[in-house]
Design a protein around this ligand. Structure first.
Ligand code: AMP
Length: 573
């Protein structure tokens, strides 16, 4: 369905506010074509800053969280700098990442962007049979994306040779240090040529990262997303909240949130054209009246869409940032960020679409667990709070639908001429109790108004670990460490032992996700989480420990079955 990708597609449409387009950053045609085919309309702020620097061969220290577009910020220049006369052989780029998920994601990104350049990209990580990696390395690769442990294995075997490296990227460096990879990283960098380019991205900049940068980067440029001071002036009257949700559940969550919120008109922001088209189709399939708006559409098409929105024949506008620039729709009550925006400015810009002229607007953000940090950055920059809400449950939805039916009946009782139906009620009342007759009528009205509403499934609540002080029921807990005086304020807690840990790539959010997905326990009830190399310990309220154990035994974590039992040493009381 995508139109022939040409580099010129990427220049921003007429009404853009004038930031540089991808083509202005000096990227080559093959890469521009790939970006166009992916429906990326403009570079994100981190890409704008990082790409020219990296193309010029500079070292870079970037502070940027997931969701900012940091992967493309380093992948595009690396692909561009790949010499034309070589494909295969020893790698010219090495990207170190903390987890196998990220290794796969980053190498997929390289693959998508670099396919017209014929780039060979190989993810290598623990847990995958080494034979396959050996064969691929043997055939020659351009870019290796690796977790530090497995990279070091291959270096020791002589199967990963770093002599040709032009660039090394440390992605999510803070996470790698947190996971105990500091020594591995040092050892790997020792094998890399001294005159290489080094790029370090990290969501946070603790002193240890600074130390790493000082030791291994040469005169680096620094860039930081969300460095801006809180914006002064009058805050828009916008109720702001977010849902933490896995990618797979996003369409369902969007539908449910819209059902509960019942906006007059809403705009849903997506990152790319491709996503706009896909989501528009999905939402129409689910019975919403959605219209797409993106930079690939002609002015005439866009005018038509806006006309339908103003006339009320559409109630959902699915748009990219570029397309929505300069848009002014009176009726808009809700802004939904289908993805976390790539920078705080973009968030502010988006939510400014509602809450105008003294009316209160609503801004809702769907964030993946990994994007939680980006929400915090946005909160800091805007100086406004974004509440993390629970995804409406099936019961919430039913309650809401019942309330709608009740409101409709009340209106009918007050306004409609009901006399023509009296004969039905009278004849039925000979046979049935009046209350029963009313119930049957309500049931029919309810089902007619909201057909097919009974097939909803529960959407698992995913939680991120909230800062300690904001979680109820616990006090002075030891964070990620057990012990440390963790004593619940009320009731008791139990420690649950799970036989998978850091080596299996397990993170706190995986455990929280598995527990909240399999049981009625919410993320807020989960206490401290400790992840050791080969096992994890999770603190849960005593009353639900058995349910948590049963739920985890029934499910998989990171695709694997784990031993789950109560940890004898850790019974709280
Ligand atoms: P990252 O922060 O690298 O994890 O990227 C977040 C997401 O944004 C990924 O799904 C990318 O595919 C997407 N993305 C990155 N850059 C852009 C862009 N310029 N326009 C639209 N989407 C993008």
């Amino acid at each position: 369905m995508s139109s022939a990708p040409t580099p010129t597609d990427l220049s921003a449409p007429d009404d853009s506010d004038g930031g540089p387009a991808f083509v202005d950053l000096g990227l080559r045609a093959e890469l521009l074509g790939a970006l166009s085919a992916l429906g990326y309309e403009e570079p994100t702020p981190i890409q704008r800053e990082a790409i020219p620097l990296l193309l010029a061969g500079r070292d870079l220290l970037g502070q940027a969280a997931t969701g900012t577009g940091k992967t493309a910020a380093f992948a595009l220049p690396l692909l561009q700098r790949m010499p034309d006369d070589r494909r295969g052989g020893d790698p010219v780029s090495l990207v170190l990442v903390p987890t196998r998920e990220l290794a796969v994601q980053v190498s997929e990104a390289f693959h998508r962007y670099g396919k017209d350049l014929g780039a060979r990209v190989l993810p290598i990580y623990g847990g995958q049979p080494i034979g396959r990696q050996l064969r691929a390395l043997d055939l020659g690769v351009d870019v290796v994306v690796a977790t530090p442990g497995r990279a070091l294995d291959h270096i020791a075997r002589g199967t990963l040779r770093l002599g040709s490296l032009a660039t090394v990227v440390l992605d999510e460096a803070d996470e790698m240090l947190d996971m105990g990879f500091a020594e591995d990283i040092e050892a790997i960098l020792e094998h890399a040529p001294a005159e290489r380019q080094t790029v370090l991205f990290s969501a946070t900049m603790p002193a240890r990262i600074d130390g790493l940068a000082r030791k291994h980067l040469t005169d680096p440029e620094r860039i930081q997303i969300g460095r801006e001071q809180p914006v002064a002036g009058e805050a828009p009257r916008v109720r702001q909240s977010a849902y933490i949700v896995t990618r797979a559940h996003k369409p369902a969550v969007l539908g449910r949130v819209l059902d509960v919120e019942s906006p007059t008109a809403a705009i849903v922001f997506c990152r790319s054209r491709e996503e706009v088209d896909r989501l528009t189709e999905t939402m129409n399939g689910r019975g919403y009246r959605a219209e797409a708006l993106h930079g690939g559409m002609s002015q005439e098409q866009r005018d038509r869409v806006m006309g339908r929105l103003r006339a009320g024949t559409a109630d959902l506008l699915v748009a990219t940032d570029v397309a929505a620039r300069g848009l002014d729709v009176e009726q808009l009550t809700h802004v939904v960020n289908y993805d976390v925006p790539s920078a705080p400015e973009s968030y502010v810009h988006r939510i400014g679409r509602v809450g105008r002229a003294g009316r209160e607007g609503v801004a809702i953000t769907l964030a993946e667990p990994r994007e939680h940090r980006m929400l915090k950055t946005i909160e800091r920059v805007t100086g406004q709070r974004i509440d993390i809400d629970k995804i409406p449950t099936v019961a919430d939805l039913r309650t809401r639908r019942m309330a709608l039916t009740q409101a409709a009946l009340r209106e009918s009782l007050l306004e409609d001429d009901l006399d023509p139906f009296r004969v039905i009620v009278e004849s039925l009342s000979d046979e049935f109790d009046l209350m029963e007759v009313a119930l049957a009528a309500v049931k029919l009205a309810h089902e007619a108004a909201l057909p097919g509403s009974d097939d909803e499934e529960e959407i698992p609540q995913v939680a991120v670990r909230a800062p300690r002080e904001s979680r109820p029921g616990f006090e002075g807990r030891g964070g990620d460490r057990r012990g440390g005086g963790s004593r619940p304020r009320t009731g008791g807690t139990a420690q649950v032992f799970i036989g998978l840990g850091r080596r299996a790539g397990v993170r706190p959010q995986d455990l929280v996700g598995a527990i909240t997905g399999e049981t009625r326990v919410s993320g807020r009830d989960i206490g401290s989480i400790e992840i050791a190399d080969r096992f994890s310990l999770v603190e849960v309220p005593l009353g639900v420990a058995d349910e948590v154990i049963a739920g985890l035994r029934n499910s998989t974590i990171k695709g694997r079955k784990a031993t789950v039992r109560r940890d004898r040493g850790g019974e709280g009381n």
